[in-house]
Design a protein around this ligand. Sequence first.
Ligand code: 9YT
Length: 129
Amino acid sequence: MIVRHLKDLLGTHRDIQTKNWDSRRLLLEKDGMGFSMHDTLIKAGSETRMCYRHHLEAVYCVTGSGEIEDLESGEIYSIEAGTMYALNQHESHILRGFTDMRMVCVFNPPVKGTEVHDETGAYPIEVST
Ligand code: 9YT
């Protein structure tokens, strides 16, 4: 069994900080679950363009509000506490945080360690762990 608390990840290699978001990686590939799980803070006022061509991602909003724009369909969906979205078609999208948003993010295949977005908005498939 694996038992972890968020407070034990803060400031470690599992705590990835960027201008637009902080991602605290509770489960990584090396934990052997077949997916990774992140407690992610999306910063108020941020706008992030992403396209996870190597991964599927499901995101569940726990607190805050914002929106996601599907750049392929043009649709914009509101996000609030209780909203889940799943990028089951590797959709290119923009995530906007109106307030700070706390999200639980799950990736398949699992994120390996310190991934951040490349110039296309994807996480690379090969990273050092
Ligand atoms: C919701 C979202 O995609 N945020 C970017 C960070 C990413 N989900 C992560 O690595 O936690």
